[in-house]
Write a protein that binds this ligand. Structure first.
Ligand code: ADP
Ligand code: MG
Length: 383
């Protein structure tokens, strides 16, 4: 049994009095570039990381789903037939939602015991929720010989989050948690769901990827997120396109009066951000990883000035990383808090952390959490 699988398997034995039938894992992710593009049918470029949610699982009779997490509240004991949209509270809604989505896809589950363990920090923007869903989906599908491919499991996991948890997230997080590959980023077209593994050889380039979690809650995020989505829909309608994915910068400029303020700037962010994803993919295909910096900087500026979803903490984190020698840095995730990422020469990684901590203290913010991450494989069976 792999080292990582040991503790969760032991917890499963302690809780159920039997061995698990297996241990499965799925990673969190960072998004290199392509922010607020997913609900505009656009492009994203995430990478799976070396932070995992693990699920030890065993089948059981009697139609019950028993769930326990070493990181979350008390265990849940649910009747599978009673699981559905709006019917499960708290963290259990993620794994129970996956069981429900599998049932909707025609997979007869019978019942299961699941024990969860992991080191993807929850609510930091590394998508612990998708990691939990994808680990659960892989475990239950394997145990029941469901024969679903990875994109199908990602779609089920997303359905769990959208319909049972009730979070209207896009396709990115589950797709990259299922399909990620070590040393690669995943270029995803959120309209067609076409994917391409793009080389991200950080080590060979002497670079590392650092997450700077501001620890600032996502204040305002729900309302602002809905507001931005609505602004994008309105802008697409004004431009006469199905989604902003289909608009060009020239069209946006041409319709500036009709788009108005802030519609013009919202649309401009989405259109230019999509173009930046394509440029980043072209650079990575050409092996020019060290030239990503200006694209990351432009993405951050666009999110701050045109889309207005940054925050003083995120701006401070990005500025500190760049001052300390990062090749590039930007906020990542929905914004208003959460995390920034920085692409950093390996020998400067600790300086980036030190500089960010100093800058946060000087600004009167609580300390940021600094985590180096490594592009890693997607969901898999560990034991
Ligand atoms: P993010 O996906 O950015 O980490 P979310 O709010 O989408 O943030 O998801 C976090 C939620 O996922 C947690 O509040 C919890 O309900 C669930 N979760 C994540 N990791 C675990 C875990 N190891 N055990 C139990 N629940 C977890
Ligand atoms: Mg999430």
């Amino acid at each position: 049994m792999s080292d990582r699988a040991g503790p969760v398997a032991a917890a499963f034995r302690e809780w159920t009095g039997r061995d698990p039938e297996g241990v499965w894992a799925a990673p969190g992710r960072v998004n290199l570039i392509g922010e607020h593009t997913d609900y505009n049918d656009g492009f994203v470029l995430p990478a799976a990381i070396d932070r995992l949610v693990l699920v030890a699982a065993g089948r059981r009779d009697g139609g019950r789903l028993r769930l326990w997490s070493r990181q979350a509240g008390p265990p849940a004991d649910l009747e599978l037939a009673a699981v559905g949209p709006g019917r499960v509270e708290g963290w259990a809604a993620y794994p129970a939602g996956v069981a429900w989505a599998l049932g909707q896809a025609g997979v007869e589950l019978g019942g299961a015991d699941l024990v969860v363990d992991g080191d993807v920090p929850a609510g930091s923007g590394l998508s612990s929720s998708a990691a939990l869903e994808c680990a659960t989906a892989t475990a239950l599908a394997d145990l029941h010989g469901a024969g679903l491919d990875r994109p199908a499991l990602a779609a089920l996991a997303r359905r769990a989050e959208n319909e049972v948890v009730g979070v209207p997230s896009g396709a990115m997080d589950q797709m990259v948690s299922m399909l990620g590959r070590a040393g690669h980023a995943l270029f995803l077209d959120t309209r067609s769901l076409a994917t391409e593994q793009v080389p991200l050889p950080l080590e060979a380039a002497g670079l590392c990827l650092v997450v700077l979690d501001t620890r600032a809650g996502h204040r305002l995020v729900d309302g602002a997120y809905a507001d931005r989505r609505a602004a994008c829909e309105a802008a697409a309608a004004t431009l006469g396109v199905a989604a902003l994915r289909d608009a060009t910068l020239a069209q946006v400029e041409q319709h500036r009066t009709a788009l108005g303020e802030p519609g013009l700037r919202r649309a401009r962010h989405v259109v230019t951000e999509n173009a930046r994803v394509l440029e980043a993919v072209a650079l990575l295909r050409a092996g020019e990883l060290d030239r990503l910096g200006p694209l990351l900087a432009a993405s951050h500026a666009s999110l701050r000035d045109d889309y207005e979803v940054s925050s003083p903490e995120l701006d401070t984190a990005v500025a500190a990383a760049v001052e300390a020698g990062a090749v590039g840095a930007r906020m990542t995730g929905a914004g208003f808090g959460g995390s920034a990422i920085a692409l950093v020469p390996a020998e400067l990684a600790s300086q980036v952390g030190d500089r960010a901590r100093e800058a946060f203290a000087a600004a009167g913010f609580g300390p940021p959490e600094i985590t180096p991450v490594v592009p890693s494989d997607g969901a898999r069976r560990l034991a």
